[in-house]
Write a protein that binds this ligand. Structure first.
Ligand code: BES
Ligand code: ZN
Length: 456
């Protein structure tokens, strides 16, 4: 075993303690009252980068949350890897469904429970500790590295795209390395070569100018809650096909070979159902569960509100009803175009008894990595060396919109080497990350950096 790998074994507990410190900071990017926590998390990471004797460590302010940057590029003849991760997290709500406090990391049965444990603090931190394993054991970091850790991924990275454009020269690299996805399953490491894009909308339907007595007015005045449900129901047909005109126009259909590859993946549909406690699955007709959840576009209500939500019964006809609706996109759908098609179609569904407003939130493009890219091979081999099992290549349904921008602005492929699991409950109560995968993640990252020069 190399000295850096040995260092990782010897410092296992120290790494976990440090991660806990980071997990205790509620750096929630959607919550504007958490700006100080965001700063604190960024400051923590700067401090940790400063311990690595890199050539450059800098905190870049943006109109939003700061970007943590580091760089160590001593070689002319070796590849440059840009490590990307995010230190912001999703809100922890509903807090009462957590078994332990979301920002007090707790280990139970080998799992670290905390918001951000997997998405993405725990995963991103693996790379910092992999770098430390070289620096502190006296081995040189084997390739050039640049590190970028942002605080706005969960809100669509609004300030990172301008940052990439402005600092194109500083960020020039041969590839991006990201750990912010999941492995195929707990025994099967995988490299994610496709991610979906996103268009996120908010709609509001307004009926009468105030809430009304449902006995006095009910039956004579339109109920916006009823209307909203009817409108949403029309967005898909009974085969799960989205009814927005033009929605599928730019979708690149899966080839026969793509579909064949899907059938080879060791997916256990029964176990999947069981893990979710559902009797049956549901999705677009003609596609398998894996295809539906990673390579087909979707439309889903993410939030829905109207009328009385309190205890007991209040007889009221609400004045307003609203919904948040996300569409996951696939190549080559364009998020802006889809948002416009949605808005036009949704408004066309409204009866003239109500007013409808449609707003667009953040979005992003889907991405697919070129499977012939040499970096993927190095990633897969690093996984195999540490996990003792060959890595699969699979697509995932989540979104990391900046991946498409790395390609567009910097012209490079991203290697999505996730150490998470779908059971990590990211964005949900009781988010977790296994101690074992945190440790193996650090080792895999270090091994990847070691293998890379041989593959380029
Ligand atoms: N880490 C996730 C993305 C992810 C999760 C990819 C699981 C693959 C598998 C990321 O932090 C995330 O949640 N992204 C948002 C993007 C959005 C806010 C623009 C998402 O997918 O909802
Ligand atoms: Zn993430």
């Amino acid at each position: 075993m190399s000295i850096s790998q040995q260092y990782i074994d010897e410092n296992k507990d120290k790494f976990v303690e440090e991660l806990f410190e980071l997990l205790r900071i509620p750096s929630i990017s959607t919550d504007s009252t958490k700006k100080d926590e965001i700063k604190k998390a960024a400051g923590f990471l700067i401090e940790k980068l400063n311990e690595l004797d890199l050539e450059r460590v800098e905190l870049f302010d943006t109109p939003g949350n700061p970007i943590v940057y580091g760089e160590h590029c001593p070689y002319d003849d070796r590849p440059t890897v840009l490590i990307y991760g995010h230190y912001d997290v999703q809100p922890s709500d509903p807090d009462d469904l957590w078994d332990t406090p979301p920002f007090e990391p707790t280990v139970k049965d080998g799992l670290i429970y905390a918001r951000g444990a997997s998405d993405d603090k725990g995963q991103a931190y693996t790379h910092l500790k992999a770098l430390e394993s070289y620096v502190k054991s006296g081995e040189p970091i084997p390739v050039n590295v640049k590190i970028i850790l942002e605080g706005e991924e969960e809100i669509g990275s609004p300030n990172l795209v301008p940052f990439l454009e402005e600092h194109k020269a500083m960020l020039s690299c041969d590839m991006v390395l990201i750990s912010d996805t999941a492995m195929f399953d707990k025994d099967t490491p995988s490299i994610t070569y496709g991610l979906r894009g996103l268009a996120y909308m908010e709609v509001e339907v307004t009926g009468p100018n105030r809430d009304l007595h449902s006995g006095v007015y009910g039956g004579a005045v339109e109920n916006p809650a009823n209307v909203l449900c009817e409108m949403i129901a029309k967005l898909k047909d009974e085969d799960g096909v989205i009814q927005i005109p033009g929605f599928y126009d730019d979708v690149i259909e899966l080839t026969g070979a793509d579909r064949e590859a899907y059938t080879k993946l060791p997916f256990d549909e029964e176990a999947y159902k069981k893990s979710l406690d559902v009797k049956a699955l549901h999705g677009e007709k003609g596609y398998s569960t894996l295809e539906r959840s990673s390579a087909r576009p979707t439309l889903d209500v993410n939030g829905l509100w109207s009328g009385y939500q309190g205890e007991g019964a209040k007889t009221v006809l609400p004045s307003k009803a609203g919904a948040k609706i996300s569409m996951r996109l696939v190549p080559d759908q364009h998020p802006k175009k889809i948002a416009e098609l949605f808005a036009k179609h949704f408004k066309s569904l409204a009866p003239d008894t109500v007013k409808v407003e449609v707003r667009e939130h953040h979005g992003g493009h889907a991405s697919v990595t070129d499977l012939d890219f040499y970096g993927l091979k190095a990633g897969a081999d690093a996984f195999e060396d540490i996990y003792g099992k060959p890595a699969l290549f699979s697509r995932e349904g989540g979104s990391i919109p900046i991946v498409a921008d790395f390609k567009k602005v910097l012209g490079v492929e991203s290697i999505l080497m996730g150490f998470g699991l779908t059971s990590n409950a990211i964005h949900s109560p009781n988010e977790n990350f296994s101690l074992k995968d945190f440790h193996r993640g650090i080792k895999t990252s270090a091994r990847f950096l070691e293998l890379l020069p041989e593959y380029s």
